[in-house]
Design a protein around this ligand. Structure first.
Ligand SMILES: [Zn+2]
Ligand SMILES: [Zn+2]
Length: 756
């Protein structure tokens, strides 16, 4: 402790400290003299707060403060966790400003451990054979078959095996291992591991493959940008099966060799396991996985180890954007069009793809957005040169593109005289052929449950959720009607609740019904259904995919979760049971999403040269632009047509949007607030249009009334959306954004993805 020395300048500094609270303003604290000059933005500090203390992050340090109240002093600078990388801290500040969310809430999202103490990682038992075990095995006399089986299995493994994974070798493997350990034949090891969504999946081949000429060209372009240094955005558009992952891997290899680190964003690890398994195989323990199934303890452990610099590659879903990697030089956003990159709730409603571009800019990194079917916005940015465009037009390794057939369901219903037709004759014949050839089939039906609608034929009643203005879906495995929005359910229809008539109907087709039809038509076929109902449990995705990969399943049936990223050698037929399910949604992106879904799923077929593939798309709208383009596998034609439409209607990318959604349990105050918002937002500036207030397409969800306004700004007049931001945020009192007032909440959504 130093006294008040006469020679010392009584220098006073103040720090703005952000606490994980829903407040736009940071708190002001005095910097203790020993910390002057040592506090940088992004540093973690302990501060007195209310009656106790809190951990916060320094947002800035300044010599004066205009705060009028009593100013307390920072207690300490923490060394665990250490400060955030500067580019990450600046990205968080940008998210707060751009998405209109208090920085404290951004921190809560970005630092998922909150500010809590780290937990310990899960301990898992591994086992490996010892040299005396190998000797014992060589001289085995024939007793104890379980021990022998286990030893001979272990003798073939290069790496220690997870004990819990040995139940395929013998029953109660741990007990057998313990007995073997007593004799010194195996060694049991406790190891800390992350929850690994890839555990159990067949390991990806890790040999380096020879790149195609196309891949080589593209990689050298990326490498040139890397050598120049600094931020460089790319859009990599490659047809399905063109080997995009190989390009990511090679680019990553170069970056790592130069001492940089790499962030790879995927829509969801368990749904698109192949990118993650390839990175794991290539870079081993340098790779940290970041995903929704990590427990709190695993999350906090991984996060702290990242700050310490243990990992140089992170592969993860949306929130991996906030991985505290140092010296970040490459960000890959795989399937950049995916809606799951957008966080809907809670705030910040950020899009990880857009924020990745910002982080890349701040870190001076390469950013590689990749997809077979990019978002219309990214496609346009590639077109006008905002991103450097890279394309892969050929399938990897000489595989051919699948042959696509469009089947008109109206015609098929007529022809078969079956008005409840689920699978048309061409699709049935195609499945039959694959079963006979022992090849595999993927079937997409993007509706779960048995039937999405039900009602009464006599009085016209239809079943709707009492909390939400949406129809209820009938699920056969529960025998109940379920709401897919709030999760409530009620007794299935035996008689009409309105008029008592027994003439109740079910309408539409969900995955359960397709499964039933398949079992009737192909009783010998092994069918696995993958949708939100069958994948609730941890590890369920991996188990289904593993069974399919092992050839234990003939037909994989599922919702959109089967459409992307799956790469199985023996799939030669993809069927789309009904490609129209999303077409009629009242959203200007309905056509784009349908195109992407159908195109992507068709790409699962015929991935190997020796097994050419086919895709059959069933539709009621064979003339629809999105479906026609998907069936022709003609992405450019689709984008050009959609861009023309968007230009005419001034939708993104020709405008920028902010959606204001007002919610509350009582209808009148919600409308009142929405009208007040409208009057605050006028008068609009030139190029800014305000639509609404209007009832949202789902006017009631989870008991809340929903009214929205859409603010649109012409991109020609406002290229970076600055005017739109200024206009919107200067019109709305900050307190309205910080929480509910009078039972009414305002949700602000910048660049909304969902308009329902
Ligand atoms: Zn009725
Ligand atoms: Zn509901």
């Amino acid at each position: 402790m130093t006294g008040r020395g006469l020679s010392q300048q009584p220098l006073t500094m103040f720090a703005r400290v952000v606490l994980p609270l829903s407040r736009f303003d940071a708190f002001t604290y005095r910097v203790p003299s020993d910390l002057i000059g040592r506090l940088n933005p992004g540093a973690f500090v302990t501060v007195p707060f209310r009656r106790g203390t809190a951990i916060g992050v320094v947002a800035g340090v300044q010599p004066a403060s205009d705060y009028q109240g009593k100013i307390k002093t920072i207690t300490e600078l923490r060394d665990e966790p250490a400060a955030l990388p500067p580019d990450l801290w600046s990205t968080l500040e940008w998210i707060s400003r751009y998405y209109g969310t208090p920085l404290g809430l951004v921190l809560k999202t970005a630092l998922p451990l909150g500010f809590a103490e780290p937990g310990s990682s899960r301990q898992v038992q591994f086992v490996s054979i010892t040299s005396s075990g190998e000797a014992a095995l060589a001289a085995w006399t024939g007793r104890a078959p379980a021990q022998e089986a286990l030893l001979s299995y272990l003798a073939q493994q290069e790496l220690p095996s997870k004990v819990s994974g040995l139940s395929k070798v013998c029953s109660s493997p741990l007990a057998v291992c313990r007995r073997l350990e007593q004799r010194g034949w195996v060694a049991l090891i406790q190891r800390a591991v992350d929850a690994d969504p890839l555990a159990g999946l067949a390991p990806a081949p890790h040999d380096r493959v020879t790149l195609s000429a196309e891949q080589e060209t593209l990689l050298s372009e990326i490498n040139q940008a890397r050598k120049r240094g600094g931020f460089a955005p790319f859009l990599l558009q490659g047809v399905t099966g063109s080997g995009k992952t190989e390009v990511y891997l090679q680019a990553a290899r170069e970056v790592l060799a130069g001492g940089g680190s790499v962030l790879v964003l995927v829509p969801e690890i368990s749904l698109t396991p192949q990118v993650a398994t390839r990175f794991r195989a290539a870079f081993g323990t340098e790779v940290a996985l970041w995903h929704s199934h990590l427990s709190r303890a695993e999350r906090s452990w991984t996060w702290r180890e990242l700050l310490r610099g243990r990992f140089s590659v992170v592969v993860g879903a949306r929130s991996a954007l906030f991985a505290p990697l140092h010296n970040l030089r490459l960000i890959v956003v795989d399937e950049e069009q995916e809606g799951s990159y957008k966080q809907e709730d809670p705030a910040p409603r950020y899009n990880a793809r857009d924020a990745a571009l910002m982080r890349g800019r701040l870190a001076g990194a390469l950013v590689l957005l990749a997809s077979a079917t990019p978002s219309v916005e990214s496609y346009y940015n590639g077109l006008i040169g905002r991103y450097s465009k890279l394309s892969l037009s050929e399938r990897f390794d000489g595989a051919a593109y699948p042959l696509v057939r469009l089947v008109d369901l109206k015609v098929e219903r007529q022809r078969s005289q079956n008005y409840n037709l689920v699978l048309s004759e061409p699709l049935v014949a195609g499945i039959e052929l694959r079963l006979k050839r022992r090849e595999q089939v993927i079937l997409l039906q993007n509706i779960r449950g048995y039937a999405p609608l039900s009602g009464c034929n006599d009085c016209g009643f239809s079943a709707h959720c009492p909390n939400c203005a949406v129809p209820l879906s009938y699920h056969k495995h529960t025998g109940r009607l379920h709401c897919h929005y709030c999760g409530s359910s009620q007794q299935g229809p035996e008689a009409c609740p309105e008029c008592g008539s027994p003439h109740v109907y079910l309408y539409g087709v969900g995955t359960e019904q397709v499964e039933e039809v398949l079992q009737e038509l192909f009783p010998q076929a092994r069918v696995a259904r993958m949708d939100a109902d069958t994948t609730r449990r941890r590890g369920a995705h991996a188990r289904i995919l593993q069974a399919f990969a092992a050839g234990e399943v003939d037909i994989l049936l599922g919702t959109q979760m089967i459409a992307k990223g799956l790469d199985f050698d023996r799939v030669t037929l993809v069927g789309v049971v009904n490609s129209d399910t999303g077409l009629t949604l009242p959203d200007f992106r309905a056509g784009e999403r349908t195109f992407q879904l159908v195109y992507q799923v068709c790409g699962r077929s015929g991935r190997r040269r020796e097994r050419p593939g086919e895709a059959i798309i069933q539709t009621n709208h064979p003339d629809d632009v999105a479906i026609k383009a998907a069936a022709r596998l003609d992405a450019h034609r689709f984008y050009n047509q959609v861009l023309a439409e968007r230009r005419e209607l001034l939708y993104p990318p020709f405008s920028r949007l902010i959606r204001l959604l007002v919610l509350g349990r009582r209808q009148e105050p919600v409308w009142e607030r929405a009208r007040e918002l409208r009057s605050r937002l006028t008068p609009a500036q030139k190029g800014i249009t305000i639509l609404g207030p209007a009832s949202a397409p789902f006017e009631r969800l989870r008991g809340q009334w929903r009214v929205h306004l859409l603010i649109k700004s012409d991109r020609a007049l406002d290229p970076d959306g600055i005017r739109l931001h200024r206009h919107t945020f200067s019109s709305i009192p900050r307190s309205w954004l910080e929480g509910a007032r009078g039972g009414v909440r305002l949700k602000i959504d910048v660049d909304p993805v969902n308009l329902l």
